[in-house]
Ligand binder design. Structure first.
Ligand code: NAP
Length: 258
């Protein structure tokens, strides 16, 4: 028996993770703001799968709520799998963005997954096992197509995942970054966009099933819509090679002129 904590479990990708992990026999802790939706999902999964489901109603942009979820990860009954999924999008460029909306996005997409991963990982390392799944986005690899800070928040999630994996993989803890492209969920409508105007939108169940396949294969980074994995591997090879090109003196192209 193991227990998974899923943030943003009340809709979209998080709700599908909840159904899939329940079907795999995990007990669950479901986190989001909408208590009614969490209750309905919890009742459905208890009945269908005979598992235990806890609910934590929390707004992860609020320090007290984030601390309560962190406490559950740090000192409650062990959590073996954290799905760091809650997130939102913010459309429009930086030039015109509302500062308060940007700050809220950073607290939800950056601060919350960071603090929750930090809260979860200590116990996992102590037990020598566990997994953390962080929901990033393909837009972190191509921010030129997605104006504003959303892509940057997801870039942070990717870097956090890669750095954390290097730190805790040798200690038995698996870290996966999942990078969806456009997926049919409420995130678009919540951000004020019409998903039907977006090309190549993946179904949410297909996205989560592919992400779980990547999880089962212990991929460090899973990009469900990427057909040709050689493209990703080329990027990873360049990233792994780059440190060998760094020296203690400025590169010749920066030599002072005149
Ligand atoms: P979604 O259907 O809108 O789900 C977002 C979830 O996060 C909901 O359960 C929502 O629940 C929760 N949430 C939002 N604000 C919250 C807050 N302040 N505190 C706690 N929970 C909060 O969107 P989704 O597409 O499934 O998004 C899941 C993740 O996938 C996000 O990290 C998103 O960036 C990423 N992603 C999505 C796409 C896509 O095209 N859909 C593409 C790339 C990456 P409540 O409203 O009940 O709080």
């Amino acid at each position: 028996m193991s227990t998974a904590l899923i943030t943003g479990a009340s809709s979209g990708i998080g709700a599908v993770y909840a159904r899939r992990l329940a079907a795999r026999g995990h007990d669950l802790v479901l986190v989001a703001r909408n208590a009614e939706r969490l209750d309905a999902l919890a009742n459905e999964l208890r009945t269908a799968n005979g598992i235990a489901v806890e609910i934590l109603v929390a707004d992860l942009t609020k320090a007290d709520d984030l601390a309560a979820v962190s406490d559950r990860l740090r000192s409650g009954a062990p959590i073996d799998l954290l799905i760091n999924n809650a997130g939102a999008a913010l459309l429009g460029g930086v030039e015109t963005a509302d500062p308060a909306a940007m700050a809220e996005l950073i607290s939800l997409n950056v601060t919350a997954p960071t603090m929750l991963a930090a809260a979860a990982v200590g116990g996992m390392v102590a037990r020598g096992s566990g997994a953390i799944v962080n929901l990033g986005s393909v837009v972190s690899l191509m921010p030129q197509y997605f104006p504003g800070i959303y892509a940057a928040t997801k870039s942070y999630v990717l870097t956090l995942s890669q750095g954390l994996a290097a730190e805790v993989d040798p200690k038995g803890v698996y870290v996966q970054a999942v990078l969806p492209a456009a997926t049919r969920t409420e995130i678009w409508e919540r951000a004020g966009a019409d998903v039907d105007q977006i090309p190549n939108v993946m179904g949410v169940e297909e996205l989560v099933d592919a992400a779980l396949s990547g999880f089962d294969q212990r991929e460090a980074v899973t990009i469900p819509p990427l057909g040709d994995v050689a493209l990703w591997n080329a990027l990873e090879t360049a990233r792994a090679t780059l440190p060998s090109g760094l020296g203690a003196v400025a590169a010749a192209r920066y030599a002072r002129h005149g």
